[in-house]
Design a protein around this ligand. Sequence first.
Ligand code: HEC
Ligand code: HEC
Ligand code: HEC
Ligand code: HEC
Ligand code: HEC
Length: 497
Amino acid sequence: MKQKYLNFIRGVSINKTGKTGVVLATSSFVAMIFLELLRVAGVLTNAYIGLITYLLLPTLFVIGLVFIPFGWMQYRRESGKSTKELLAKQFTDEELEKNRIGSTLVRTVLIFTMANVLFLSIASMRMLSFMDEAEFCGTACHSVMGPEWATYQVSPHSRVACVSCHVGEGVGALIDSKLNGTWQMISVTFDLLERPIPTPVHQLRPARETCEKCHWPEKFYGSKIKSIVHYDSDEASTPKYSTLVLKVDSGEEVGKAGIHWHIDKSNVVRYASIEDEREEMLWVELKQENGTFKRFTNRKHTDIKYEFDDERTMDCVDCHNRATHIYENPKDAVDKRIRKGLIDKSLPFIKREAYAAITSSFTTPDVANQIIQNRIISFYRDNYPDLLGTKGASIDKAISILQNVYNTNVHYGMNVDWGVYPNFLGHQNGGGCFRCHNIDLIDEAGTPIKNDCTMCHSILANDSPQPFTYLKDATNENRDSVMHEYLKDEFLEYSTQ
Ligand code: HEC
Ligand code: HEC
Ligand code: HEC
Ligand code: HEC
Ligand code: HEC
C-alpha cells in the first residue's frame, strides 16, 4: 500500500516543476499539522504563527498542488509526447489497467483529491474560527490595534470576543466583516489607515444584535452608589469626595424614569449631529404616545442643514461608547491608582507630580517611560532627598504604575494621546449626557430637554471633604445650606419611594 502511494508520488512528479509542487504541498501539509498540534496542546498562541498556519501554509499547499498538473503540461509540450505515452512512462501497466471503477491510478487521484478537499475545508474552518478570537483581532496587526487591545484586556469585557460586539450574528454579518477585514488588511499594508482610528464606528452592529445578546434591557438595575475621589494638588494630596446615587434603572412610572428609561422598548429617541460625529446635536426627537415625534432643535445651530442619512436612533452605544475600550483621563487615572493604594498617598505632592509626569510628553513608550522615571526621581531628589532612601520602594512602585497607566492609555504610533476618544457615560467637559440634556435643545414652546441635576443621580457629596456631606445636617454657617437641605431631601424621598 505504502509502496503504491510512493510510486504514485514519484509518478506525478514528472519534472522540476512537478517535483517542486510535490515538495511544497507535502512540506506545507506537514508543517501545518505540526503547528496545529502545538496550538491544540496550548504551546503556541501567537497570532502571527496563526496567520502562518491558517493563511500562508494552506496557500503554499494549494500552489504546490497546482504545480503538479502544470508540470505535466509543461513536460508534454517540451517532449512532444502524448499524455498516453507519458502515463506509460511514469506508471506501471498494473496501475493503468482499467477495471469497472477506473484504473488504480484514477482511484488514487480521486482519493487524493477528496483528501485534499477535506483538508482544505478543515483548514478554512479553523481559519474562520481563529480569526474570531480576540487574540487574533487584537494582535495580528499589532501596532494598529494596540490601543484597543490594551484597553480591552483590562475592561469588564476582557472575556468577550471582539466579534461579539463588532460582527454580530448571521452569514450576512460574517461576509460583511470579512470584506471589511480584507479592506483593513489592504489599508494597513499600504498605510492608508487614519490614525487614530476615527470614531464613532458607523458599521458597528446594532446593539440589539450585540449587547442585548448578553444584557437583558428590561433587567432591574436599581440604583447604584458611585463614590468618586479626586485628590488635590497640594502636598498632602487631600481627597475630595463626590458621591452619586446613579438612578440606573429604567423606572416604569412617568416622572420616575431612571437612566435606562432610554432602553425601554416604548421610548425612542433619535437625533442628527454635525458631520454625523454624534458630538454636537442639530436636533433630537422623542417619540410620543401617538407615534409622532416631538422635535427639540439646537438653537445654536439652526443654520446647519443635515443629510437625511445621518439620522440615528439612540441605543446602548450612545452612552456606553467606551464599554470596552475605556481610555482614562489622566487626572482620574492617577486618582484611581492612589485610591487603590497602588500609588502611596503619603509621598508629598504625589498627585500633582504623577499627573505632570504622565502628561508631560507624547512620544514612544521607551522614551516616555524614561521621562516618567526621571521626572519623579528628580522631583524627590531635589525636594525630599531623604525619601529616596526611606520611601525608595514606594517611589519605584509609583513609577512603574505610572508607566503602566501611560502605556495602556497613550499610543504614539496610532496618534492616541490623552483625551482623543471621548467618553459619553457622564458629562465630562459638557459632552456625554449633556450633548442632549442641555438648555439649548428646545421644543417649539421653548422648553428644553429635561436637565435638572437630580434627574440622573442624587448627589450626596460634590467635591466635598466627606463622602456623605449632604446627608448630614446643614450647619447655619454653611453658605450652601439651602442646596444641602434640598439634596438631602431629594435623596431621602427618592430612596423611600
Ligand atoms: C463589549 C463590546 C466590545 C468588545 C468585546 C470589543 N469592542 Fe471594539 N468597540 C466597541 C464599541 C462600543 C466601540 C466604540 C464605538 C463608537 O465609538 O462608535 C468600539 C470601538 C473599537 C475601535 C475604534 C477605535 C476605538 O478605540 O474606539 C476599534 C479599532 C475596536 N473597537 C477594535 C476592537 C478589538 C480589536 C477588540 C477585541 C480585542 C474589540 N474591539 C472588542 C465595543 C466592543
Ligand atoms: C458576550 C456577552 C456580552 C456582550 C456581547 C456584551 N456584554 Fe457587557 N458584559 C458582559 C459580562 C459577562 C459583563 C460582566 C463583567 C464582570 O462583571 O466582570 C458585562 C458587563 C457590562 C457592563 C458593566 C461594566 C462595569 O463597569 O461593571 C456594561 C456597562 C456593559 N457590559 C455594557 C455592554 C454594552 C454596551 C455592550 C454592547 C456594545 C455589551 N455590554 C456587550 C457580557 C457581554
Ligand atoms: C442614556 C444612556 C444609557 C443608555 C442608552 C444605556 N445605558 Fe447602561 N448605563 C448608563 C449609565 C449612566 C450607567 C451607570 C454607569 C456606572 O455605573 O458608572 C449604566 C449602567 C449599565 C450597566 C451596569 C449596571 C450595574 O449594575 O453596574 C449595564 C450592564 C448596562 N448599563 C447595560 C446597558 C445596555 C446593554 C444598554 C443597551 C440595551 C444600555 N446600558 C444603555 C447609561 C446608559
Ligand atoms: C441623543 C440625545 C440624548 C442623550 C445623549 C442622552 N439623553 Fe437622556 N433623554 C433624551 C430625551 C430626548 C429624553 C426625554 C426627555 C424629556 O421628556 O424631556 C431623555 C430622557 C432621559 C431620562 C428620563 C427623564 C424623565 O424623567 O422622563 C433620563 C433619566 C435620562 N434621559 C438620562 C440620560 C443620561 C444619564 C444620559 C447620559 C449617559 C443621557 N440621558 C443621554 C435624550 C438624550
Ligand atoms: C442626564 C443625566 C445627568 C444630569 C442631568 C446630570 N448628571 Fe451628573 N452625572 C451623570 C452621569 C451618568 C455621571 C457619570 C457617573 C459615572 O462616572 O459613571 C455624572 C457624574 C457627575 C459627577 C461626578 C463627576 C466626577 O467624575 O467627578 C458630578 C459631581 C455630577 N455628575 C454633578 C452633576 C450636577 C451638579 C448636575 C447639574 C448641573 C448634573 N450632574 C446633572 C448624569 C447626569
